[in-house]
Design a protein around this ligand. Structure first.
Ligand code: UDX
Ligand code: UDX
Length: 459
């Protein structure tokens, strides 16, 4: 069968894999190939055990893999054969040299651009899917168009807004798709080709176009605004704990103002995930680069509150448990950075568990999907940390239980049985405010929610 378009994605991660699966699923007339340098990951994409857990993804991949969706490690061949190339390689925070700890590390992106240049024998549209600092597309275009064999490359920016755990839903029904291009005749022509791909299933009024730098910046700013809401509500949770206010009531009252809206106002132990911290650091670096010190400081505050919220959680535990955690067994329910994913990148649970270990606690970590990653994150701490998938088994004999990820499964445990199996007095620290605190208190727990007065049996 001949396909109408041949589309490639370089980088088979959390973004590249699901996004390409959705394009293949929605557009049977296109042939979609996903390549990655990591052979093990590609083997997993080709197996029944996909490398990432994402509700609904297995079904989609099963429906199209081998028909119009292919996973491979043969990058040169794939570049040669495809004329539309998405790049979704990782762009972590730089940990060396100029901008260390702040700027994005573009080495994988640039290496990929050079590979595209090396193996291309015909014109290509190259699409930035990775989140990148503003003006990266320009640099990429310069590298790509530095060739001497007359092949033209157009670079587009098409940031991905999917959230993990809801990737399939977000890709099926996105709030918007953003496509940035140069506003030249060629740039607009390339942009239209990408618009037509998305228009196979996304209503046209939700496909926004802009100049390329606006598109790059919009991605950083969207993530910064989302993270800022969480830091805002978390900052207020600290105030609630000092007064008689209840953060859930405050969020509801604030969020019902239609100008503010109710989403992303759940107070928690703080945000995690691969994007928020990295993108804010990137934004801060950009502002400092342009001498905008006040603007940089403003956004940096979002990260400071996020660290503060995690440290505050541990301090509350120490304070509640008679100022020592030494030798105490603490069960952690949930290690993923959010529910419905096995991803633990920047998960607040990492920092919190490490802090508990520093206090000489013995930590038992439980999670339905993230234990493999948790083991890697906590490598070297095996003498103080153990891993038990079954939450009821994990909590046995513990002095305290902390809920760090909002998995639905935790809401439905038998808390009478949990209480009966724990050391007394039993402490419950709900870092996600998902449990029925009144009920747990009546069972006998000393309950410490986020942003609400604690409920204790002590005089
Ligand atoms: C990535 C970026 O980190 C993020 O900035 C952007 O917004 C979307 O793309 P994600 O898909 O979560 O996010 O990253 P990851 O799961 O780490 O996947 C990246 C993949 O690229 C990995 O599988 C890695 O093996 C692959 N890769 C990396 C290459 O194929 N070639 C390289 O040179 C480098
Ligand atoms: C985010 C953006 O939402 C997405 O648009 C972008 O493409 C990638 O980054 P993701 O990191 O996958 O997605 O998850 P998200 O749902 O945004 O949650 C991020 C963190 O914020 C999680 O740790 C979550 O638990 C936390 N969070 C979210 C809160 O603490 N409170 C809330 O009200 C919402």
């Amino acid at each position: 069968m001949t396909f109408e378009r041949n589309i490639l994605c370089i980088g088979a991660g959390y973004v590249g894999g699901p996004t390409m699966a959705m394009i293949a699923y929605r557009c049977p007339r296109y042939r979609v190939t996903v390549v990655d340098v990591n052979r093990e990951k590609i083997d997993q994409w080709n197996s029944d055990d996909l490398p990432i857990y994402e509700p609904g993804l297995d079904e989609i991949v099963r429906a199209v893999r081998g028909k119009n969706l292919f996973f491979s490690t043969d990058i040169p061949k794939a570049i040669e054969e495809n004329d539309i190339i998405f790049v979704s390689v990782n762009t972590p925070t730089k940990n060396y040299g100029v901008g260390a700890g702040m700027a994005a590390d573009l080495q994988f992106w640039e290496k990929t651009a050079r590979e595209i240049l090396k193996y291309s024998k015909s014109p290509k549209i190259v699409i930035e899917k990775s989140t990148l600092p503003v003006k990266t597309a320009l640099a990429m275009e310069r590298i790509l168009n530095s060739n001497h064999h007359g092949i033209a490359f157009d670079v587009l920016s098409n940031p991905e807004f999917l959230a993990e755990g809801t990737a399939v839903r977000d890709l099926t029904n996105p709030d918007r798709v953003l496509i940035g291009s140069e506003e030249t005749e060629r740039g607009l022509c390339a942009r239209n080709i990408l618009v037509e791909i998305y228009a196979n299933w996304v209503p046209r009024e939700r496909i926004l176009t802009s100049n390329i730098w606006s598109s790059e910046l919009s991605k950083l700013v969207s993530n910064a605004f989302l993270a800022q809401r969480i830091s805002s509500i978390n900052a207020i949770s600290a105030l609630c704990e000092k007064t008689d206010a209840d953060i859930t009531e405050v969020s509801r009252a604030v969020g019902t103002d239609s100008r503010i809206g109710p989403k992303f106002l759940n107070s928690s132990i703080g945000f995690g995930g691969s994007c928020f911290k990295k993108d804010i650091l990137n934004l801060v670096y950009l502002c400092r680069h342009y001498g905008l010190t006040e603007v940089a400081d403003y956004w940096e505050g979002v990260l400071k509150i996020n660290d503060y919220q995690q440290d505050r959680f541990v301090l509350t535990m120490i304070d509640a448990m008679f100022n020592t955690l030494s030798g105490k067994k603490i069960c952690v329910w949930g290690f993923a950075f959010k529910a419905d994913t096995g991803d633990t990148r920047e998960s607040p649970a990492i920092r919190i568990t490490k802090r508990l270990v520093e206090e000489n606690a013995l930590v038992i970590v439980s999670d339905p999907k993230a234990l493999k990653n948790a083991r890697a994150d906590l490598r070297g701490l095996e003498d103080r940390v153990s891993f038990v998938e079954d939450p009821m088994e994990a909590v046995k004999g513990c002095h305290a239980l902390c809920v760090l990820t909002e998995w639905d499964l935790y809401r439905h445990q038998d808390f009478e049985a949990v209480y009966a199996s724990m050391a007394k007095p039993s402490f419950l620290f709900d870092g996600r405010n998902i449990l029925d605190h009144g009920k747990c208190f009546r069972i006998g727990f000393n309950v410490y929610p986020i942003g609400k007065p604690p409920m204790t049996h002590f005089q």
